[in-house]
Design a protein around this ligand. Structure first.
Ligand SMILES: [Zn+2]
Ligand SMILES: [Zn+2]
Length: 257
């Protein structure tokens, strides 16, 4: 069964298309379960910083009601799930969890875009060779997954590490071992694949294959058209198959609000 739990909306300021267009594209693509997981609101303990790439707390209500309306309207064509993509930031997670508790979310995915609490660290997409930062990333992701709040780990390999491969492997092994032990699927990110980003990182996925991790393909759709890209989806499937990494069925995943 074809499903996708990684879908954004315009509310995050860097995605386009109406919520309805995502649903209609998913139906056209033969996706049977579509999960919305837009970039969540955050609660930073400083007044002079707010991310440009996520909804504001005041937008969550509109997001939830729009997705729930579409779920009802299209229920004979597709199953729609309501989720969020969230980071685990030690200083904000509690407040975030309390805030979302009043909303009927079906699941969360962990997409760790920064370490620390975002406002106090640079993004790590531009390439870093500092192994201490990579260790912090791994430990923080594990701490986040340890909350039990997340269904899967989005782009586990988004840290653009420029140091030695052997160092990368030995640090990331801890993350792979943890995910394997807890049976948390790792996402093979189709947006990164299409945009030729530093992820999916072949070295990471070789390690995941050796560790016995299971994968989920996430479209990470920031545009309804992305859902129609069947070629990219099957190329991702083929890559995982070649690596010997099994993809999980939706029913094997623990949906966690
Ligand atoms: Zn995004
Ligand atoms: Zn995303």
């Amino acid at each position: 069964m074809k499903y996708n739990l990684h879908t954004h909306t315009e509310r995050c300021n860097h995605a386009e298309g109406s919520d309805r267009e995502y649903v209609e594209a998913a139906i056209a693509a033969g996706i049977e379960v579509l999960g919305f997981s837009d970039h969540c609101p955050q609660f930073f303990p400083v007044d002079d910083y707010y991310s440009f790439f996520r909804m504001k707390p005041g937008q969550l209500e509109d997001y939830v009601s729009s997705v729930l309306k579409l779920r009802e309207e299209y229920k004979s064509d597709i199953k729609i799930l309501l989720g969020l993509e969230a980071e685990y930031y030690p200083q904000t997670f509690r407040r975030f969890s309390d805030f979302i508790a009043d909303f009927p979310l079906d699941y969360l995915i962990l997409g760790e875009h920064f370490i620390g609490n975002e406002y106090d660290y640079d993004s790590f997409y531009e390439g870093k060779s500092d192994e201490e930062l990579l260790k912090i990333y791994v430990n923080q992701v594990i701490e986040g997954l340890e909350t039990g709040a997340f269904t899967y780990l989005a782009h586990p390999d988004n840290f653009y590490f420029r140091g030695r491969r052997s160092v990368y492997r030995s640090i990331m092994k801890k993350l792979c071992d943890y995910a394997r032990e807890k049976e948390i699927p790792l996402e093979y990110n189709m947006l990164g694949y299409l945009n030729r980003r530093n992820y999916p990182n072949p070295h990471f996925w070789k390690l995941a294959a050796e560790t016995g991790n299971k994968a989920v393909i996430g479209y990470d759709a920031h545009n309804p058209r992305a859902l129609l890209n069947e070629r990219a989806f099957s190329e991702c499937q083929i890559s995982l198959k070649k690596l010997g990494v099994r993809t999980v069925e939706l029913g094997e995943m623990r949906l966690t609000p």
